[in-house]
Ligand binder design. Structure first.
Ligand SMILES: [Zn+2]
Length: 114
């Protein structure tokens, strides 16, 4: 299966917030690509809240969220760095990789509490 992740970086011009909007698939195998982006975001400009927004992703693995959360909490460079909030959808989305006609059908996996 081909899981592709995209990240859109939005920076508020007043430096009030920085948002990493994740689209596509966030999996156990690719979640690590966010680490350097988050690290950069946390130290780029004086204290802002860094949001990692997973709510627009079509596929989010629970294990990926756990690993990401752990990595954020255990970032060695985090001294004095900006706080990070992880926004995950309540029901983690999965998707079928077989392309079908019309709109891609989204499935919701078992309820997952943040
Ligand atoms: Zn996927």
């Amino acid at each position: 299966m081909d899981h592709k992740i995209s990240v859109l970086v939005q920076i508020d011009l007043d430096g009030a917030y920085l948002r990493l909007a994740v689209t596509g698939c966030l999996t156990e195998a690719n979640q690590h690509v966010l680490y350097p982006l988050i690290r950069r975001a946390r130290t780029l400009i004086p204290p802002v809240t860094v949001s990692v927004d997973l709510t627009a992703a079509v596929h989010v693995e629970a294990a990926a969220v756990d690993l990401l959360r752990w990595a954020i909490d255990h970032d060695e460079t985090a001294d004095g760095a900006s706080p990070v909030e992880l926004l995950a959808p309540n029901g983690l989305p999965t998707h079928e990789h077989t392309p079908g006609p019309g709109v891609r059908r989204l499935q919701t996996s078992e309820p997952w509490a943040a």
